[in-house]
Design a protein around this ligand. Structure first.
Ligand SMILES: Cc1cc2nc3c(=O)[nH]c(=O)nc-3n(C[C@H](O)[C@H](O)[C@H](O)COP(=O)(O)OP(=O)(O)OC[C@H]3O[C@@H](n4cnc5c(N)ncnc54)[C@H](O)[C@@H]3O)c2cc1C
Length: 409
């Protein structure tokens, strides 16, 4: 392989570049990104960056030496250029400026975009949060007394609610489900953590849909809920999940579903093409389903496997770690590993849920399948290691492993 092109210059993209060099790839390495920025970290965008505690330069994903000085990754950066299409037969990426990039291997790492609400399109005080630019725009609005209404109570909605409240905003969160985060955490533990909203002065309205929005002169002024209640708004954040950035692949011949469909090593249906990070739906062998994992750790760990599969096509599938994510809300660090849907019961192993400092272990029969920590980093790490070790042992014995799936958005 002479030329490796990576499309998407963010966490999964730079992780793939690092993996390629670490695995001995000495050829031409091209990193294509539609944002003008060098790779930066997204998790702080809803936390310390939004709170004004850190600056854009603190978000860099490049290690010293990779950024300003001589580049040990020896990457050719093509930033500010979106890939418009991919010809899978010739492994050629065409950019929106018309440039063709011909490669011997392509890593697709185009991530995901925040889902939007068409009825709010173009309104000046309506935001989503995915990029650095989004975070800068939203941060400018979060002044004391602002009435912020957040549609959606997933992780990003929850974190922005927490950050905005700490900045003095009056925050209302509207959630169509009965309890926020019940899918990733299970209803019982999610309910425990949902108490954090009220304790911290954020109004959480659950189990109700938005009926209509009130707007005029280019801004939204409030919304009417299906139960008749009117909620006024100075600023609205739409936080209803993310969609994979695969539109540019529509005519490529790649198999697409909820993301780029891949085998358990990130290989697509076309030789020489792999997909990683939030845009990729890897096959989970136990369930037989393709699942997209929208977590930071997946975007860091999986590219090494996909790059190995690209550089050495015969590489055998290797076991993945259990899915892991964290979230910071109201001074509580929430950490989760595994899959709550595999469990038939949850036990509190340490601490006190009422105090929001506890460790909960999810079991199927006698077997731990997932672990949740709230302000219990050390104990959580111990349990996470055990889950990973158990999964590796299971895979070694060629037994089925727990399903991997979840979304951060
Ligand atoms: C606000 C926020 C907070 C988060 N917090 C956490 C957290 O606390 N814990 C956690 O586990 N995860 C968190 N996540 C999720 C985590 O950041 C993502 O899983 C991770 O960024 C995925 O990396 P990626 O490189 O696959 O995709 P992305 O980071 O989305 O990067 C994809 C890149 O490709 C670019 N691109 C898209 N289309 C094209 C194209 N056609 N041509 C060229 N470039 C293109 C995009 O603009 C982007 O730069 C958070 C995400 C957000 C947005």
């Amino acid at each position: 392989m002479q030329t490796l092109a990576i499309v998407g210059a963010s966490l999964a993209g730079i992780s793939a570049a690092r993996a390629a060099r670490a695995q001995g790839f000495a050829g031409r390495l091209i990193l294509i990104g539609d944002e003008p920025h060098r790779p930066y970290d997204r998790p702080p965008l809803s936390k310390d960056f939004l709170a004004g505690k850190i600056r854009p330069e603190d978000l860099s994903l490049e290690s010293p030496g990779e950024g300003g000085g001589p580049d040990p990754l020896q990457v050719e950066w093509l930033l500010g250029s979106a890939a418009r299409s991919l010809d899978a037969a010739s492994l050629t990426v065409t950019l929106d400026n018309g440039t063709d990039i011909k490669a011997d291997g392509v890593v697709i790492a185009t991530g995901a975009s925040a889902r939007t609400l068409p009825e709010l399109a173009g309104l000046a005080n309506v935001f989503t949060l995915r990029s650095l630019d989004d975070a800068q725009d939203l941060a400018a609005e979060l002044v004391p007394g602002t009435r912020l209404v957040i549609i959606g109570a997933g992780f990003i909605g929850a974190e922005v609610a927490s950050t905005a409240r700490a900045l003095g905003a009056e925050v209302t969160v509207v959630c169509s489900g009965t309890v926020p985060l019940s899918r990733p955490l299970g209803t019982e533990m999610a309910a425990t953590l949902a108490a954090l909203y009220g304790i911290n002065g954020v109004e959480l309205i659950c189990d109700v849909a938005v009926d209509s929005y009130y707007s005029g002169e280019g801004v939204v002024s409030g919304l009417r809920l299906a139960n008749g209640r009117y909620v006024p708004a100075d600023v609205v954040l739409v936080a209803i999940g993310a969609v994979p950035n695969t539109a540019w692949l529509a005519s490529s011949g790649l198999e697409l579903g909820d993301g780029v469909l891949c085998d358990p090593m990130g290989r697509t249906n076309v030789p020489g093409l792999v997909a990683v990070g939030d845009c990729a739906a890897w096959l989970d062998e136990e369930s037989g389903k393709h699942r997209r994992v929208e977590h930071w750790s997946g975007a860091v760990e999986r590219p090494a496997l996909a790059v190995a599969a690209l550089l050495e096509p015969g590489t055998a599938c290797q076991p993945l770690n259990v899915p892991y994510f964290w979230s910071d809300q109201y001074n509580v660090r929430i950490q989760f590993a595994g899959d709550a849907r595999d469990a038939d019961r949850v036990e509190i192993e340490a601490g006190d849920p009422a105090a929001h400092s506890f460790l909960a272990v999810y079991y199927r029969g006698a077997r731990p399948v997932a672990v949740l920590g709230a302000n219990q980093p050390r104990l959580f790490t111990k349990w996470r290691r055990q889950l990973n070790a158990a999964r590796a042992a299971t895979a070694a014995a060629a037994q089925p492993v727990p399903a991997a799936s979840a979304s951060f958005a």
